[in-house]
Each structure stands twice: as structure tokens, then as C-alpha cells.
Ligand binder design. Structure first.
Ligand code: KIV
Ligand code: ZN
Length: 405
């Protein structure tokens, strides 16, 4: 089995569909350029039939993208496919991504179609898309709540019609990790012709399992994963790209495959998205959150100062973050305080450190955390013999520039 897991980024389509994450053409183009720097394999740029703005953004991303495949989403209707192709045709590597729902619930209440009708439409759409574009992906929307036998049947039929990528969305985030892995195994065993296609997964986070479900599917042979930066997307979001990538990088022995993502671009990409959309990343977000490499507890700070491996399973630099952060607050210990004093150019003896520490903890108890200026002031008031080397005179902006805050 291929050891390359294709990363299909849908930040600009599924991510942008979420309330508050709208991006205009210029913002989508800027984001797409950063996704290329991150080395994603596929950029899903939008849903061209959805609006004139989306159409123009997909067309512009398609024109400007050099190395990544650019995908556009469309339903199975002919005019949807035509509109997608109109937007994509000038891409170096275009992909038409067509989908239809396959679950009984969606067929009965949303589409009001029988299984036979849906299958016929899917086949017709894939054949038509294939007549326009070599690269055609088919998604069985709500696959995880679909009748399994029907899923086998429709997937086999669209492979026959020319689809080279088959995407299995957990559209409503309903699957559990072991179930989703089993589903991928069963598809490999029971869909005729599956060896000629790439099996892809697309997981939503309604129950918080989107990354685990994606990882479980990769372990069972899925070779494309659909995900978004910061996990943005419909409702509770999509699987977070950075979490999937770093799971595989941090635990390489658990996988026989990897992505081609340039991990040092993960944090810059996350920051750019946050800046463009105006939506902050939650501080405790894995990999890219403000606290992902921050330590406040005394025991942890002591461990990290001795060897970062004690409490860090990846280096901040490996994901593009400049160093870890020691937050001085009421949980901090003497060792971290002394380290900060040294960074500030203040070298104190054991007795002075004890006095400074006592004053520091009083202040830390009264407020959330203690600034460098406050630490310097406490130190100066409690040092019997000052041996500052001048750095204590550094201004707050200079210190924070040096990563000391
Ligand atoms: O969640 C979903 O089912 C989708 C498909 C259109 C791929 O976004
Ligand atoms: Zn989705």
C-alpha cells in the first residue's frame, strides 16, 4: 500500500461555510498561497455554483496555484458540474469533486429519491465530469449512516464510471473511531475495483471524534484525508489538519505512511487564517493554540527547564512556534522564577531568591500572572546585593521580542 497520505485541505470550502468564517476573493487567494507553502496536496477552493463570489474565488485560486491540485465542489446536476469546470479549467491540476447523499434519511427527506435514482445520478455525474476532467472525486454524503450494501454498490458503480477518488464523509460526526476504521476495512474488502481508486475520508467533529476517526481510517488504509486548518467547518467543524499531521509525525512507528506537509508552516498557516477571519484560535487548541507549548505549573516548569522532553512530545519549532513559554503565575516554582530572573539579567543568591519568591507568590495569588516589570521591581526591592548585567533595564517590548514575556 502507498505510504503517502494525500492531504486534501477544505478550509476554503467546508471551513468557509461555517458562520463567521467568510472569506472574500483576495483573502481566499492569500490563504491558498499559504496552503501551497504548507505543501497540501489538494486545495478545495469552494463550491462554484453556490454564489458568484465563490465562483470567482475558485477561478482565481485555480489560476494562481502552481503545485497543489485545485478542487471545486458540485452536486450531481449537469449545470453544477459545468460551473465547477468553468472555474477550474485553467488550473495546472484541476479536480471535479461531485457528491450525492446516500443515507436513507437524506434520500427520503432531503432528496426525495430512491436508491436506484441516486445511483443513476451519481454514475451520470461522474461520467460527465470525467469527460471534462481527468481527476474526478466522488463523495457519498452521510456515508456513515448509509446502508452498507448500497454504499458498496454505488462506490463500485462510480469507480466503473471513472471516479479515481472515493470520499467517505462522516457528515454529521456520528461515527466512533473503531467503527469508522472497520468501515474502511470493509470497503476495501467488498467494493469491486477499489484497488483502482484512492479511498478518502472526511470527518466532522460533532462528537469530538473527527481527528480520531480520520486517524483510525488512515491506519486501515485510507490514503486521502480531508481536513481544515484549526478544524474550522460546518457546525462543530472538520478534522483539524495540524492534529492529523502531527499525530503521524509524533508517532511514526504507529503508521506505515506519512503526509508531505511542511510542518514548520502549521503555526503560520493557523495564524494567517485567524487573522483573515478575525476568529481567534482557542488557547488550549492542540498544536497551534497559545497554550500548546506554555507551562505554568512549577513541577512542569522545573521538568521542562531540565529537559523539554519531560512535558513536550514535539518541539515548538517543529510546528513553526518560536520556543516554549513559561507563564509565571501562582502555580509556578522557584526554578522557573530564577530562570526568568537570569533571562532578565538578574542573578540572585539562594536567600534572595526565597524572599523574591515569597513576594512573587503573594502577587501571583492576587492576579492572573506576573509581568517582567513586576518581577524586576520585586527583585530590586528584595536583593541584598544586585548583580544585574544591564538586561534588567530592557523594555517590555524588547523582552517580548526576545520571547521573554
Ligand atoms: O460533510 C460532507 O459530507 C461534505 C461533502 C460534501 C464532502 O462536506
Ligand atoms: Zn463536510
Amino acid at each position: 500500500m502507498d505510504d503517502h497520505v494525500i492531504v486534501f485541505d477544505t478550509t476554503l470550502r467546508d471551513g468557509e461555510q461555517a458562520p463567521g468564517f467568510n472569506m472574500n476573493l483576495e483573502e481566499k487567494v492569500r490563504m491558498a498561497a499559504q496552503l501551497e507553502r504548507l505543501q497540501v496536496d489538494v486545495i478545495e477552493a469552494g463550491f462554484p455554483i453556490a454564489s458568484e463570489g465563490d465562483f470567482m474565488a475558485v477561478r482565481e485560486v485555480a489560476r494562481q496555484t502552481r503545485t497543489s491540485i485545485v478542487a471545486g465542489l458540485c452536486r450531481t446536476r449537469r449545470n453544477d458540474i459545468d460551473r465547477a469546470w468553468e472555474a477550474l479549467q485553467h488550473a495546472q491540476k484541476p479536480r471535479i469533486h461531485t457528491f450525492i447523499a446516500t443515507s436513507d434519511i437524506h434520500l427520503k427527506y432531503k432528496l426525495r429519491k430512491s436508491k436506484a435514482e441516486a445511483l443513476k445520478e451519481a454514475v451520470r455525474a461522474v461520467k460527465y465530469a470525467k469527460s471534462l476532467c481527468d481527476d474526478v472525486e466522488f463523495s457519498a454524503e452521510d456515508a456513515t449512516r448509509s446502508d452498507l450494501e448500497f454504499l458498496y454498490e454505488i462506490l463500485a458503480a462510480v469507480i466503473d464510471a471513472g471516479a479515481n477518488v472515493l470520499n467517505i464523509p462522516d457528515t454529521v460526526g456520528y461515527a466512533l473511531p473503531w467503527e469508522f476504521g472497520e468501515l474502511i476495512e470493509k470497503l476495501h474488502e467488498n467494493v469491486p475495483g477499489i484497488e483502482n481508486a484512492i479511498l478518502s475520508v472526511h470527518c466532522h467533529d460533532d462528537l469530538g471524534h473527527s481527528v480520531s476517526n480520520s486517524i483510525s481510517a488512515i491506519a486501515k488504509g485510507a490514503r486521502q484525508v480531508e481536513c481544515t486548518i484549526n478544524g474550522i467547518g460546518e457546525r462543530a467543524g472538520n478534522a483539524a489538519l495540524e492534529e492529523i499531521v502531527m499525530t503521524m509525525r509524533t508517532r511514526p512507528n504507529a503508521f506505515n505512511c506519512d503526509t508531505k506537509i511542511k510542518a514548520e508552516e502549521l503555526f503560520p498557516t493557523s495564524q494567517l487564517l485567524s487573522k483573515i477571519t478575525g476568529v481567534a484560535v482557542q488557547p488550549n487548541k492542540s498544536i497551534v493554540g497559545d497554550n500548546a507549548f506554555a507551562h505554568e505549573a512549577g513541577i512542569h516548569q522545573d521538568g521542562v527547564l531540565k529537559n523539554a522532553l519531560t512535558y513536550e512530545i514535539m518541539t515548538p519549532e517543529s510546528v513553526g512556534v518560536h520556543g516554549n513559554k513559561m507563564v509565571l503565575g501562582k502555580h509556578s516554582g522557584r526554578n522557573a522564577l530564577n530562570d526568568r530572573l537570569n533571562q532578565l539579567g538578574l542573578h540572585v543568591g539562594k536567600n534572595d531568591l526565597q524572599k523574591i519568591y515569597e513576594e512573587f507568590t503573594k502577587l501571583a495569588d492576587a492576579q492572573k500572572n506576573v509581568t517582567n516589570a513586576e518581577i524586576v521591581s520585586i527583585a530590586k526591592n528584595n536583593m541584598t546585593c544586585q548583580r544585574a548585567n544591564g538586561a534588567a533595564k530592557a523594555t517590555e517590548p524588547e523582552l517580548s521580542e526576545a520571547g521573554i514575556s
